[in-house]
Design a protein around this ligand. Structure first.
Ligand code: ADP
Ligand code: ASP
Ligand code: MG
Length: 405
């Protein structure tokens, strides 16, 4: 019997009535003759509530204890969903990550799955059970509870699907597929029937939270058939299929636009030669697990400035390091600009079409949107701007590159 892995996100299981609906959907798949493993997120809002609880006790909580707390959300939803299945006469068993054999490294709050021991899941499937696994969590080699970073249930689902050689991994969420841009930000965005793996990886890495970036990486490594679908509509859409085949030449240079809010721009005035400061500062930031995104530098007779962006969650760690560098006179001053957004245009067609940068800058200039930093890669161009300008930028770029319906 072919195995299908289905993942239901927080909104999909956000209330008892939603859980009942999801149970019906799982039963429909089971009745098609599939063995079903279901990965579930915490009920909508629960993980945020737990984060908030932790911050009321300690603004900078112990990472191990934070993971112990956050993992509790998924324990609630797996058991409720299993109850709903059992009530309907279908045998089901809920498993926490350690029971499902999900082994991770020990980087609390952003752990990576190292391997999955599928024995228990296979035994349960052979006995005809629907296996309901807690997403987002794992266990390190010392038996500690770990979590995979926000949105991590997507990665749990793809990793399990790969380990079980499933026929397909279906990510059920609150939109009916992957759109040209977030349909909640830009109502005219168009649903994509297919999106290439490379484009999906760039979209996810640039803030399209419909899939966690690591889940896309995992899917690519294993060429796992991956589909994004809605749990709110009854099978009337095929959703979006992630494709691995090389694409025939694209008509349009841009396929999608993604946006990452809450970016912070650091501007640092160096007292060392810039090359030396770059090496030392970025090494310290890496040591503290701070991820650097965009970078630019200016070296002239008057100034030696280094600019880089980080996510807001890393602000305290990055500031501590900059303060330390000021105190030992490696930098004379630093400044952070908050509430910025990175808007990225993405498309495989950018390999063969030129003029995307010209189109982006002309569009932003027409709207009088200031650009703070720019970065480019083979199939993407990212622009840093004020958060309050991002919506206008997205809607103007959607029109410019014909990404609307
Ligand atoms: P879940 O709780 O099911 O994991 P998420 O909130 O993590 O759901 O992801 C789904 C959300 O992703 C959508 O509601 C949508 O607002 C957002 N999103 C961002 N970019 C896109 C995109 N390009 N296509 C579809 N959804 C997107
Ligand atoms: N519950 C976790 C979160 O809210 C994991 C997930 O939803 O994928 O981030
Ligand atoms: Mg999600």
């Amino acid at each position: 019997m072919a195995i299908v892995v289905q993942k239901y996100g927080g909104t999909s299981v956000g209330s008892p009535s939603r859980i009942e609906k999801v149970a019906e959907q799982i039963i429909a798949t089971k009745n098609q003759g599939h063995s079903v493993v279901v990965v579930v997120s915490a009920m909508a809002g629960d993980t945020n509530r737990l984060v908030d609880l932790a911050s009321q006790v300690d603004q900078n909580p112990s990472p191990r204890e934070l993971d112990m707390l956050l993992a509790a959300g998924e324990q609630v939803s797996i058991s409720l969903l299993s109850m709903a299945l059992i009530k309907r006469g279908y045998s089901a068993i809920s498993l926490l990550a350690h029971q499902a054999g999900i082994h991770t490294n020990n980087r609390f709050n952003k752990a990576r799955i190292k391997d999955i021991d599928t024995r228990r899941m296979l035994i349960e499937l052979q006995q005809g059970h629907v296996v309901v696994v807690a997403g987002f969590q794992g266990m390190d080699s010392e038996g500690n509870v770990t979590t995979l970073g926000r949105g991590g249930s997507d990665t749990t689902a793809v990793a399990i699907a790969s380990a079980l050689h499933a026929k397909e991994c279906q990510i059920f969420t609150d939109v009916d597929g992957v759109y040209t841009t977030d349909p909640r930000i830009e109502a005219s965005a168009k649903k994509l029937d297919h999106v290439s793996f490379e484009e999906m990886l760039e979209m996810a890495s640039c803030g399209a939270k419909v899939l966690q970036p690591r889940s896309v990486e995992f899917a690519g490594q294993n060429k796992m058939p991956l589909r994004v679908l809605s749990s709110f509509t009854d099978g009337d859409s095929d959703g979006t299929q992630i494709c691995y085949e090389p694409e025939v030449d694209r008509q349009h240079p841009v396929t999608a636009i993604a946006c990452q809010d809450d970016e912070i721009l650091f501007s640092v005035k160096s007292m060392l030669p810039l090359s030396e400061l770059r090496t030392r500062l970025f090494a310290e930031l890496a040591e503290a697990d701070v991820e650097i995104d965009m970078i630019s530098h200016q070296a002239s007779a008057q100034s030696k400035d280094l600019n880089f962006t980080i996510a807001r969650k890393d602000l305290v760690a990055a500031e501590d390091i900059c303060k330390e560098f000021v105190s030992v006179k490696l930098i004379s001053a630093y400044h952070c600009l908050k509430q910025l957004s990175k808007v990225s245009v993405i498309g495989n067609g950018m390999r063969s079409h030129c003029g995307v940068a010209a189109g982006v800058f002309a569009t932003l200039q027409q709207q009088a949107i200031d650009v703070f930093l720019v970065s480019t890669a083979e199939i993407k161009l990212s622009v840093l701007m004020k958060q309050c300008d991002a919506r206008l930028a997205i809607s103007s770029l959607t029109k410019k590159f014909n990404l609307n319906d």
